[in-house]
Design a protein around this ligand. Structure first.
Ligand SMILES: C[S@@+](CC[C@H](N)C(=O)[O-])C[C@H]1O[C@@H](n2cnc3c(N)ncnc32)[C@H](O)[C@@H]1O
Length: 254
């Protein structure tokens, strides 16, 4: 059993579930604030590996900032969504533990909402291999901001199923240790303006929902919908603002 209470098979199923929700993922998950990306990789154009790039939400912010991006993810359906949005970006099916890129080929490796799926020790070997001297590793997560009462109510509805799937300081520490790196942290924020049904559709792309059987998923998403239908801050609203805290961690080796 893992520390987060999942057995290894449940963990594997969740980690490989993303291809089944690729289209919904691209449409309903938040992207990342430009200041977080500037903190991670700097302002100067760089060649950046987006590892666990998924449908390219972080890729898009990197491109807008002028960086050259190469994308790696184990889920081909996620990469197909990425290519549809960013046809100029080369994509490779691969894992953090076996990165299909040459040695010393990138200035930075970033992972958005993904590093908690990587195995830190073998991934760190790969990161050291593909990075050029002086290269940087950037890990970033968006976490729903539960300071906002209706978001806290949503969090309570998700809590029993969502355990172990949010940004985790322990993941950052494991990478810092494996890389022999020092860590700097930057906190910012991003807000999604969504219709209530889009909030529910975004929850449906979470790995713990994607791996439920149909009956359980239907029931669970009904409970999520009930929060939005009944909470005084969301009831009857056409659009709601869903706020996230963005935590960006820059890892540099001496
Ligand atoms: C929550 S999604 C994040 C996608 C994207 N980075 C974003 O910010 O929207 C996590 C991604 O990590 C990928 N992933 C899972 N295990 C991985 C591994 N061992 N190595 C690389 N990517 C992995 C999944 O296929 C999925 O696309």
């Amino acid at each position: 059993m893992r520390e987060d209470g999942l057995d290894p098979e449940a963990w594997r199923q969740r980690r490989t579930s993303f291809g089944s929700v690729a289209a919904g993922y691209a449409a309903h998950r938040p992207d990342y604030p430009a200041d977080a990306v500037a903190f991670l990789v700097g302002e100067r154009p760089r060649r950046v590996l987006d590892l666990g790039a998924g449908t390219g939400l972080l890729t898009g912010v990197l491109l807008a900032a002028g960086h050259e991006v190469v994308a790696v993810d184990p889920a081909e359906p996620m990469l197909a969504e990425l290519r549809a949005r960013h046809p100029q970006v080369p994509t490779h099916v691969g894992d953090a533990e076996a990165v299909p890129l040459p040695d010393a080929s990138v200035d930075a490796v970033v992972a958005g909402q993904a590093a908690h799926w990587f195995d830190p020790e073998p991934a760190a070997v790969q990161l050291r291999r593909v990075l050029r001297p002086g290269g940087v590793v950037g890990l970033v997560w968006n976490t729903r901001d539960e300071e906002v009462p209706w978001v806290a109510a949503l969090g309570r509805a998700l809590a029993a199923e969502a355990r172990g799937h949010e940004a985790d300081q322990g993941v950052v520490e494991a990478f810092a240790h494996a890389l022999g790196a020092r860590v700097e942290h930057h906190r910012s924020a991003v807000v999604q303006r969504l219709r209530p049904e889009q909030v529910v559709a975004g929850i449906a792309t979470r790995s713990y929902v994607a791996t439920m059987d149909d009956a359980r998923r239907h029931e669970f998403l009904g409970e999520v919908r009930a929060v939005l239908d009944t909470h005084p801050d969301t009831r009857g609203r056409d659009l709601v603002d869903l706020p996230y805290r963005t935590d960006a961690y820059r890892l540099t080796s001496a």
